[in-house]
Design a protein. Structure first.
Length: 194
């Protein structure tokens, strides 16, 4: 069955493309979700009339995608994950985690489905990850995976607790020494008075 795409369908085409698909896919998904209309003679005639506008929109999309690719290309984002011994992650770094890191660090919204991980990331380190921006326009970002901040915070917290305990002990020792000095002074005054 032939349909006219109303918006980009990843791997199949973009707005205004006429493609052949199976009837079930067209009826159950493309037509109901607003991705396409049937390629009837009337719709094909309307497509020819709108072709100029579609080409303008496509040019704008390509320019925006190229600009976004330039911003992303070679950028490094950090993902913090829970790490066990020897840098092995508990679980793996996922596309939503990377999309969130891109949003947080670069202030760029990327749909998680456009992030192409390939193999799962299960070790601490830096990894190149592909981002499919629009049709054939792609960028590669570096994802730096590091250990969980909670462990470092716990270690820092333990160090603070130890420092406070030492300070308390030192203060107690100083207080005791001052009390002993006061008693010794009082005893010395009493002996001098006698």
């Amino acid at each position: 069955m032939q349909v006219i795409l109303l918006k980009e369908l990843r791997g199949r085409g973009g707005e205004g493309d006429v493609i052949d698909v199976r009837r079930g896919f067209a009826n159950n998904y493309l037509l109901t979700q607003g991705y396409a209309v049937k390629a009837t003679p009337g719709n094909l005639k309307q497509l020819e009339q709108r072709r100029h506008n579609i080409e303008k929109r496509e040019e704008v999309r390509i320019n925006e995608a190229n600009a976004l690719a330039e911003k992303l290309e070679g950028a490094t984002v950090r993902v913090i994950a829970q790490v066990g011994e020897e840098g092995q992650l508990f679980g793996s770094v996922t596309a939503p985690m990377i999309a969130e890191a891109i949003k947080t660090e670069l202030d760029i919204d990327i749909d998680r489905r456009r992030i192409e991980l390939g193999k799962p990331i299960k070790q601490v380190g830096t990894y190149p990850v592909g981002v499919n921006i629009y049709r054939t326009i792609k960028a590669t970002i570096n994802v730096a995976v590091s250990g969980d901040v909670v462990e470092a915070a716990e270690e820092a917290g333990e160090a603070v607790v130890e420092a406070v305990e030492e300070a308390v002990e030192t203060a107690a020792a100083v207080e005791t020494a001052e009390a002993v000095a006061e008693v010794a002074e009082a005893v010395a005054e009493e002996e001098a008075a006698e």
